[in-house]
Structures are given as C-alpha cells and as structure tokens.
Design a protein around this ligand. Sequence first.
Ligand code: FMN
Length: 191
Amino acid sequence: MLSASVTMLGTMTVLVGYSSKYGATEGIAERIASVLRDFGIPTDARRVASVRNVSDYSVCIVGSSSYLGSWRPEASRFVRRYRSELATRPVWLFSSGPLGIAQTGAQHLREVTEARPKQFDEFVETIRPRGTQVFYGALYPERLDRRDRLVRKMPAGFEILPAGDFREWGAIEAWATGISGELVHTFAETK
Ligand SMILES: Cc1cc2nc3c(=O)[nH]c(=O)nc-3n(C[C@H](O)[C@H](O)[C@H](O)COP(=O)(O)O)c2cc1C
C-alpha cells in the first residue's frame, strides 16, 4: 500500500506559488514545500509571477502577504487568471500578516481572523479551496520601501506593525503536514 501511494505521489507535482514583498512569505512557502518533499511529494516553490502554466501541477498551494487588508495584487491576479484550472484541482490558500506575539489564545484567534485578506471570500466562492489559512508574518524595518515606512509612522503604526519575525514555524509545519496527509490519502485512493 505504501509503495502504491509513493508511486502515485511520484506522478503528481505540487506548486507552492507565492507573492512576497520583503521575504517573509517566501520563507513560509519554502518551509511548506520542504514539509511536502519530506513526505515524498514532488513540490516546486515559485513566485506566482514566474508560473506560466498551472496545468503542469496537479495540486496548488497559493500564498501572499497581506498589506492594508489585501493580498498582493500579483497573487490575486494569479488566482483570477487561472481560476478555471484552480477550480478543478485541490487548492489551499494561505496569507501571512499579523505581527506581534499574542498574549492569549483569544487574542491570537482574533488577530488571525481580522488579518484574513478580503480576497479570500471571493476565492472561496470561485475556486473552492480545500483550506484557507492565515499565518503570523515578519517585518524587517530596514527593508521597507518609503511608502511602507510612512504607513508605519501613522498613529499606532508601530504598535500594529511591530518589527520582528513572528512566523510560527510549528503552526506552518502542522498545516503543511495536514495537506501532505490528505494528498497521500487522495492519490493512494485514485490508484
Ligand atoms: C505598511 C504595511 C502594512 C501592512 N498591512 C497588513 C495588514 O493589513 N494585515 C496584515 O495581516 N499584515 C499587514 N502587514 C504585515 C505584513 O503582511 C507582514 O509583515 C508579512 O509577513 C510580510 O510578508 P512579505 O515580506 O512576504 O511581504 C503590513 C506590513 C506593512 C509594512
């Protein structure tokens, strides 16, 4: 049974397509891809802008950082452009955004819920992903462009957008492990 699922997994390639302005989301995408590869699942982590053909992939995981409540435009464009291909494949979406260390479970839940990018409702409707997830992100002040530095200087900006790396690697790996389990199961069943 195990050898049958490994054979089936060999015939599928997963795309982890991402949009990352300063590198935080790229790191999350790379970690997700590495977990899938540990399960023997062939996986490419690529910037969405460099993906030419979604049909090359049997499964797509798409992620972007969120700025002012929205996914980055190139990530939204990607999902809209390939809507029909994505709607016929297993798809998961993730977003990286909230910053800081939540003091309580309730605060964590509230921050993750509030950071859900506004495009997720549309994409749930159009491509019916198997899951959507928001992860805490990272902010490196020295990398910010002029506009983002100015946004941070607005009232409460430094509180809402603290500097640091708040990515929760355990939660990211657990999510990727869940997807890997589903894929092993699904592709073994099609055998
Ligand atoms: C100007 C600015 C606005 C931001 N707005 C949001 C936001 O609305 N929601 C959110 O969850 N995170 C927000 N963030 C945090 C980023 O999404 C977070 O730093 C993310 O991990 C950055 O990923 P990247 O380096 O891959 O672009 C903002 C960050 C900056 C600098």
